[in-house]
Write a protein that binds this ligand. Structure first.
Ligand code: FE
Length: 430
């Protein structure tokens, strides 16, 4: 098969410590796999080249935490007068998620989400559905039809929910098994994930059964961990025999096939030690964390503990699908966190732009070996046209990317590739 190439200004972060920038270069791939970045097409190679001209070519980004049903109220409910944990769930989240019992509504909402995701930097995602199996399968179908890749989970909840959004333990287990049976081999790029919402909404018996299913079907697990201090206190009351929140998942066998823990804002060194004993990832959600709890997660500690880290939009805890914003907020949150640390006489250091960009690309992409243009990586790429944002003064590729991260929106996304396949490409107007 003929090889393919994109020509243009290429930026990526093979290491989190700095950007690697190639101007007027060729990103060459074969099938779904990157061969590398070259100054010239190697002699004797037959390569189809798409010239992106002065546009920037960056790796596709992975959104490691997004609640697909909450897209219906994204941007709403960030300013409730009563900012208690329960009120957001009771007034917005649970009623909105309950609507997904109607598969026709799922077709409309998830169809719109998949369409809107195209004009973002996201190429892969780990998404929550709802407790409704059929609607969650529709979500997988819509993402797959859009050409995106990743994982989707049917959510489990057998306690502490509202009527209409609560399963019996038996229903939750049998529906999860049906979900796995129907989706393990159904969609080429979208795979199922086991998705207990979090400990307060899952009994021990349910968590244990989900651990068995995860190990039997060899399917990874996504859930929430230590997002707020009042949530941690609640978990202590519900599961008093556990020495930390993460232990509830570990003891249920939910960390053996690869875990993805969202938030971890209040995970201490002890809990990070539990996570580090297994292979998995933390989804850092800088905007969602600030919206829900005013917390800034200890990302530097995550990295030092040897736990994988990527970024999540946390829609609708976060209010945008745009992962460029999460890169921006990841840096911002680290500045806020460090200013507090400096007041207490310590210095954690702030995240650099290359580190935050790395989290959104190669960091989160570790789950699929994508997010970098090194040889052997899955070829996910996003082409960005920043003409609208440019001023009179000529800027370096790094400055252009910095401005894109701070200021761009869906108008700047003009092309996207997933697994070497073009999802769309808009030619530059003459
Ligand atoms: Fe969440």
């Amino acid at each position: 098969m003929k090889k393919n190439a994109l020509k243009g200004t290429i930026l990526h972060t093979p290491s989190k410590d700095c950007f690697e920038i190639h101007e007027d270069a060729y990103l060459i791939w074969d099938g779904d796999t990157v061969l590398g970045i070259f100054d010239e097409i190697p002699t004797g190679e037959e390569v189809t080249v798409r010239d992106c001209k002065d546009r920037l070519i960056i790796p596709g980004m992975s959104d490691l935490h997004i609640h697909a049903p909450q897209y219906s109220f994204v941007g709403i409910a960030q300013n409730l007068e009563d900012m208690k944990w329960d009120s957001w769930f009771e007034k917005y989240c649970f009623p909105e998620e309950s609507r997904l019992k109607d598969p026709e509504y799922a077709v409309r909402l998830y169809g719109r989400l998949a369409k809107d995701l195209l004009h973002t930097p996201t190429t892969r995602l780990c998404a929550y559905g709802t407790i409704h199996t059929d609607s969650t399968i529709i979500l997988m179908q819509k993402l797959s039809e859009a050409g995106l890749a990743g994982y989707v989970g049917k959510v489990n909840m057998d306690r502490n929910s509202m009527p209409g959004l609560l399963e019996t333990t038996e229903e939750s287990i049998s529906e999860t098994e049906r979900f796995l049976e129907e989706t393990v081999n159904r969609f080429p790029g979208i795979k199922p994930m086991i998705t207990p919402r979090y400990v307060p909404s899952c009994t021990k018996r349910l968590l244990n059964a989900l651990g068995d299913l995860s190990n039997r079907y060899k399917v990874p697990v996504q859930t929430h961990l230590s997002e707020r201090s009042d949530e941690i206190e609640w978990v202590k009351q519900l599961e008093p025999d556990k020495d930390c929140y993460a232990r509830c998942y570990e003891d249920a066998g939910l960390m053996q096939q690869g875990y993805l823990m969202a938030h971890c804002v209040y995970s201490d060194d002890y809990e990070l030690g539990v996570l580090a004993n297994h292979s998995g990832m933390i989804a850092h959600c800088p905007q969602g964390n600030m919206n829900s709890s005013g917390g800034c997660a200890p990302v530097r500690k995550f990295l030092d503990a040897g736990v994988g880290v990527g970024l999540g939009t946390d829609v609708a805890g976060g209010n945008t699908l745009n992962l460029f914003k999460m890169v921006f907020y990841a840096v911002l949150a680290s500045k806020v966190r460090n200013s507090k640390a400096l007041c207490c006489g310590s210095n954690e250091g702030i995240l650099s732009l290359s580190e935050a960009f790395y989290l959104a690309t190669k960091g989160g992409g570790k789950m699929w070996r994508t997010g970098s243009f090194e040889k052997g990586y899955k070829m996910d790429a996003v082409i960005v046209d920043d003409s609208r944002l440019r001023g009179e003064i000529k800027r370096s590729p790094y400055e252009r990317l910095e401005r894109i991260i701070g200021m761009s929106d869906d108008r700047e996304i003009c092309g996207k590739y997933v697994n070497g396949r073009v999802l769309f490409y808009e030619e530059k107007p003459a």
